[in-house]
Design a protein around this ligand. Structure first.
Ligand code: ZN
Length: 112
């Protein structure tokens, strides 16, 4: 057994390293955020993924990825996803909106 941390703890996740299950679309304030649960194939950790992009605005694409519990994974709704991210100690953010530099963030995610 290796004690090395799972690769999913240092995202972005490789496409073959997780399975993705769509949760739905968060239409709050007309933002159409795509919410899904990504599950690590190595350690089964569920990750909440929130993606949003504003058509007609360059460099507006962004997504957020936060490790969540099984209990939250089973009950998350598209509309509750931003709140759940805000409640986590930290989550990753990615995308052109952030100059394509990934980083750790906390508090309410910049979804709109
Ligand atoms: Zn993992």
């Amino acid at each position: 057994m290796s004690s090395a941390p799972c690769p999913c703890l240092t995202p972005p996740l490789a496409h073959d390293a997780y399975s993705e299950q769509p949760v739905g679309i968060d239409e709050t304030a007309g933002r159409f955020g795509e919410v899904s649960i990504c599950r690590c194939k190595h350690c089964a950790q569920p990750w909440l993924r929130y993606f949003v992009e504003y058509e007609g605005f360059t460099a507006s694409g962004r997504y957020f990825l936060g490790a969540i519990s099984e209990q939250i994974a089973a009950t998350v709704t598209p509309e509750s996803a931003p709140e759940i991210l805000a409640s986590l100690p930290s989550y990753w953010r990615f995308g052109s909106y952030f100059g394509s530099r990934q980083g750790l963030s906390s508090g309410p995610p910049e979804v709109g």
